[in-house]
Design a protein around this ligand. Sequence first.
Ligand SMILES: [Zn+2]
Length: 295
Amino acid sequence: MTVGDGHEAPDALRVTLLGTGRPKPQPGRTGPAAMVEAAGKYFVFDCGRCTLQRLEEAGVPMGELRYLFLTHLHSDHIVGIPDFWLTPWIFGRGNEPLRVWGPAGTRRMMSKLAEAFEFDIHLRRDVDERLDPGGVEVIAEDIEQGLVHEEDGLRITVFDVDHAPIKPAFGYRIDYKGRSAVLSGDTRYSDNLIEFSRGVDLLVHEVAAAPPAELQRSERLAHVIGHHTSPEEAASVFSQVKPKVAAFTHVVSYGIERGEIVERTKAGYSGKLVMGEDLMRFEITDEVTVVPPHC
Ligand SMILES: [Zn+2]
C-alpha cells in the first residue's frame, strides 16, 4: 500500500467510497454508496443519502451516471435513488436509460418510483423543458448470484451474503485486467463472501460495534448489531481473504470510537487496514494506492 495520487495509470481499477456512514445522519459521512471506475465508465453500488452530491464532489460527469447496482433494499442504501435517477436526466444523461440491478423487488421498486414522480417526469418531458424521453427510462433487473454484467473487459459478479432476515442481500466482486475489488454490502460474517473474495486486491467491508452495556440494555440494538460484522469477525474474514488492502465502510458504531474498531480488528489481523472515509479513493494497479479525500 502506498499513499499518493496514482491517477495516471490508464489500466487502473478505481474504487471511490462515496458514503461510509450509518443509517442515522452524521457530519462528514453520508449514506452507503461506492463508485467503481474502469475503462472510462462509472458503476455505482448502492445509493444512500447524498450519493449524487458525493459523485459531483468526486468530479463524475452526470451524463455518465447510467449504471446502479444494489446490495439490498434497506432504506439507508436506496434513499438517494430518486436524485441519482432524475437529476442527471436534467443535466446530461441525454437519451440513455438508467440501468439498475438488484435483489428481488428492485424492478417493482423502480416502477413504483416512476409512479411517485410521474408529475415531475410528465412536466419536464412533455410540457416544460421537453427533456429526452429516453433519459428517464429505467431498465431494472432482479438478479441472483452469478455474473451480472460484462463490458470492455470489466466483469461484475454478485454473490449472496448473510444479512438475514433481510434476504436476499448481496456483495459484489469487480474484476478488470487482473485487478479486483469486493464490496461486502451489509452482512454478518459470511463464508460465501470469503469464497468469492479469494485473491482480491481490495476488500471493502462493513463493520458494526456497540458497547456491551448498551447491547445488554437494548434488545433492539443487539438485534440490529447482530445483522452485521464485529471488528473481531472482520479480522477473521480479512485473515482468510488476505487482500492487499482491507477497508471499512458502513461504520455502525454506537459510541465506540473508530480508532477502537481499527485496534480491535488489528488484534486479529496483521494486514493493511484502512478506516474508510467519504471520497477516499483506491487506485488498483499492481499495488493498491490509497488516496485520501480531497487529494
Ligand atoms: Zn442493511
